[in-house]
Design a binder for this molecule. Structure first.
Ligand SMILES: *Cc1c(COP(=O)(O)O)cnc(C)c1O
Length: 424
């Protein structure tokens, strides 16, 4: 066998990996007494070892000083959301005032559409990808109906035009040019969850804004996966969750970006709550709503402290590694997976994620030859062997090696197990 495909080569790559120490900062699920081979960081990221102490700290303060915890010490709860703000801004390439951790993704998407989907008779439409993650489709349809418009005519979906179900930039350009004058909002994902395709958010933003449309991003599969430059790209808003590549735990508090140009715009409609009120005067408890500057002005409730605690531990590791170094490793790691699949698994697995490195992140979506029955058989075999990917109907296994805690040896192990299944 070609030397670059060998276990020795994978072991050498791991030994030379400058981020290899980070794996030791995570709790790896066990399978038959050994580490599970976990490729599902795109669904639920692993637990940082530091997360439990962050939660415990809150529990202990609650037990020992109760209400005083709101005001006591450097991690007092009143401003707990601010403890994650600067790190979060670094991960998404924003100014600190442009980001806030609050609610969950679907909630934030609705709150953002309240402010940035402002349909009129001339411009009633939302343009999005066909095959979007269901919550995005549901939220968009609900908003269109809420404003008295009709999703049949006012929800424009850009169809995949490439062989594997991905969408070319040309198709997006055509759709925005054709419908632009009717579009109030373009909603676009950073990474398509099914195919793993990464989109050129800068180009899409320029096209939307040139047509006079607002633009927002769903970055659920982008945050902590690919570098982002939200301030410079300058969409109106972005939303994301923190339990995928951001490793903040099941149902973790989500994230939201509002561009600086809207920081002080009190003319925007918003569903206000007391925590979005200007901080300096919030506790005067006056009836008049005066929003806090920036993204924090969209908060509704006081911060869900227990839900935010694990995010602090996770972001400390993102700060330590830095997104550029994580992206460098990710390109190598996913490139290695691609090389191995092409060289050793070509009869079994077909890669549907784009081949160009700039059009993908960690994840490769792999279509199993022979259809659903073969696919399920392979998926279940891998699961029983302690190699965990995830399944997308009807015949796709998604494998997402993350640069935080996956290594080349994990990928080698996956390849060997697929070969063993194919030989059986
Ligand atoms: C994971 C994901 C969601 C999840 O929404 P929640 O409100 O966190 O349940 C939404 N949209 C996309 C694109 C996702 O990938």
């Amino acid at each position: 066998m070609n030397e670059t495909l060998s276990l020795a080569h994978a072991t050498a790559l791991d030994a030379a990996d400058p981020l290899r120490h980070l794996r030791g900062q995570y709790l790896i699920p066990q399978h038959n007494g050994a580490d599970q081979t976990y490729f599902v960081g795109n669904s639920l990221g692993l637990q940082p070892k530091g997360a439990k102490a962050m939660v415990q700290e809150v529990m202990d303060l609650w037990a020992s000083i109760a209400v005083e915890g709101h005001f006591t010490g450097p991690t007092h709860w009143m401003n707990y959301h601010r403890l994650v703000r600067d790190s979060l801004a670094r991960v998404v390439g924003a100014l600190p005032g442009e980001v806030v951790a609050m609610n969950t993704l679907s909630v934030n998407l609705h709150l953002m559409m309240v402010s940035f989907y402002r349909p009129s008779q001339q411009r009633p439409a939302i343009l999005m990808e066909a095959g979007a993650f269901p919550t995005d489709r549901h939220a968009v349809e609900a908003q269109i109906r809420f404003h008295g418009f009709n999703p049949e005519t006012d929800l424009i979906e850009v169809q995949p035009d490439e062989a594997n179900g991905t969408i070319s930039m040309a198709a997006i350009e055509r759709a925005i040019a054709e419908h632009g004058a009717r579009v109030a909002l373009v909603l676009w994902p950073g990474v398509q969850y099914r195919t793993g395709q990464v989109f050129d958010l800068d180009a899409i933003t320029r096209l939307a804004r040139a047509q006079g449309a607002n633009i927002g991003f769903d970055l659920a599969h982008s945050v902590g996966n690919v570098p982002l430059a939200l301030h410079d790209i300058a969409p109106d808003f972005a939303v994301w969750c923190h339990y995928k590549y951001l490793n903040a735990g099941p149902g973790a508090v989500a994230g939201c970006f509002v561009h600086e140009r809207h920081a002080n715009d009190t003319s925007l409609p918003r569903f206000a709550g007391w925590w979005g009120h200007e901080q300096a005067t919030r506790f005067q408890m006056a009836p008049q709503f005066v929003p806090e500057l920036g993204a924090e002005g969209w908060q509704l409730s006081n911060p869900p402290v227990l839900g935010l605690a694990p995010l602090r531990a996770s972001l400390a590791l993102f700060d330590e590694a830095g997104m550029p170094a994580l992206r460098d490793k990710s390109l190598q790691l996913t490139g290695y997976l691609e090389t191995m699949v092409r060289a050793r698994l070509a009869p079994v697995l077909d890669i549907i994620t784009p081949a160009e490195p700039e059009r993908r992140g960690c994840q490769l979506s792999l279509r199993v030859s022979g259809g659903r029955a073969q696919g399920r058989s392979l998926f279940e075999y891998l699961q029983a062997a302690g190699v965990l990917g995830d399944w997308r109907e009807p015949d796709v296994i998604r494998i997402s090696p993350t640069p935080m805690y996956n290594g080349y040896g994990d990928i080698h192990r996956f390849v060997e197990e697929v070969e063993r299944w194919a030989a059986a």
